[in-house]
Design a protein around this ligand. Structure first.
Ligand code: NCD
Ligand code: ZN
Length: 345
């Protein structure tokens, strides 16, 4: 197969940032995806419907002329998010989920939840109204090995959470382990997961290939090959619980190539092409449309897109860097190297 035409995909986990940074990355997503679930980890975080409405307007205003991209907004859950904010979110029509960042787990998560018990009333409201909880699933106890944080989170947070709120609609975001894939497969139908392209394509060796590779450092961190294989199996299985979420997370080159570099891989420049490559490598291109274009909207109870995109098996070279901020550039994944699939313009 040399070309593949599929229903236009959506990105169910994306960091767009704000201001000039947002303006420079937004066209990459808007030219591929119809919609994206936009993460709320700004500084300060998007904790209310009013802040989400303002952020949504800034995104819409920054769109290239003629783009029909739709940002799907999320709220950042804190220890103090009132249950009434959930009612407002649900009736807003533009807030589609509430993000749980365990405090300290990742970039801009300091305002995150310090103890889920503090959120009981709010979570109960979400369960009742059917508003999904989007979970960054990593244990934050510094004593837990960084490669074990997702598996430990399942036992210490996810299982008790679903025991208390069995009807809560949960997206286990950017899963990285066989443990998480197996957990989602075995869970009830209200539990789903997103998987990034980089976790399908790379294992943890990629962070240390010939030296430290800061552009392969993200959270949750890349895992060993057995986990990558389990993720590929889940993504290409046709199971509607798994769908596309790039977790494209832009950081300036200087903040990545530093003594304490930021976590995040920028992948929006090839947001669907990298997945085509991963599915092709498993001879599963026939499963890409379900994963990229159907399972997400079905879970979020939104209509599927109706227009289509065409991918071509034609290699292109990724630029070594791209514009980001006035004083810093962005280093996209695969910089200076080829990607096997292109998007037909
Ligand atoms: C994300 C970011 O930079 O905002 N970083 C990352 O490595 N994925 C935060 C996140 O999703 O954990
Ligand atoms: Zn993310």
């Amino acid at each position: 197969m040399q070309t593949l035409t599929i229903t236009r995909p959506d990105d169910w986990h994306l960091h767009l940032r704000d201001g000039d940074a947002m303006k420079s990355v937004l066209p990459d997503t808007a030219s591929r995806f119809a919609r994206a679930i936009v993460m709320p980890n700004l500084k300060p975080p998007v904790t209310t419907v009013a802040l989400a409405a303002a952020y949504r307007q800034r995104i819409l205003s920054a769109l290239p002329a003629g783009a029909s991209f739709q940002p799907l907004m999320t709220l950042y859950l804190t220890d103090n998010t009132p249950a009434a904010e959930i009612d407002a979110a649900q009736s807003s029509g533009f807030v589609h989920g509430v993000k749980l960042y365990p405090a300290g787990a990742t970039t801009n998560s300091d305002a995150g939840v310090t103890g889920l018990a503090k959120c009981d009333a709010t979570l109960a409201r979400m369960e009742k109204l059917g508003l999904p909880l989007l979970v960054h699933g990593e244990a934050t106890d510094p004593a837990v090995d960084v490669f074990d944080r997702e598996a430990v989170f399942i036992d210490t947070v996810m299982l008790p959470l679903l025991k208390k709120f069995p009807g809560l609609r949960v997206v286990f975001e950017h899963i990285t382990t066989k443990d998480a894939a197996d957990f989602v497969i075995g869970a009830t139908s209200n539990v789903a997961a997103t998987i990034t392209a980089h976790h399908l394509l790379l294992n943890r060796n990629a962070m240390f290939q010939g030296g430290m590779r800061p552009h392969h450092y993200c959270l949750p961190v890349l895992k060993r090959e057995t986990h990558r294989q389990a993720l590929v199996k889940a993504a290409t299985s046709g199971n509607p619980k798994f769908f596309l979420g790039t977790d494209s997370a832009p950081h300036g080159k200087r903040t990545k190539e530093a003594a304490c570099g930021c976590a995040g891989c920028y992948t929006a420049h090839a947001g669907i092409e990298l997945y085509a490559e991963a599915f092709d490598a498993s001879s599963a291109l026939d499963k890409l449309e379900g994963f990229a274009s159907f399972h997400g909207p079905d879970f979020y109870r939104l209509a599927r897109n109706t227009d289509r995109i065409t991918l071509i098996r034609k290699a292109w070279q990724v630029p070594t860097e791209q514009a980001f901020l006035a004083d810093d550039v962005l280093v996209p994944l695969r910089n200076g190297e080829n990607i096997a699939w292109s998007l037909q313009e």
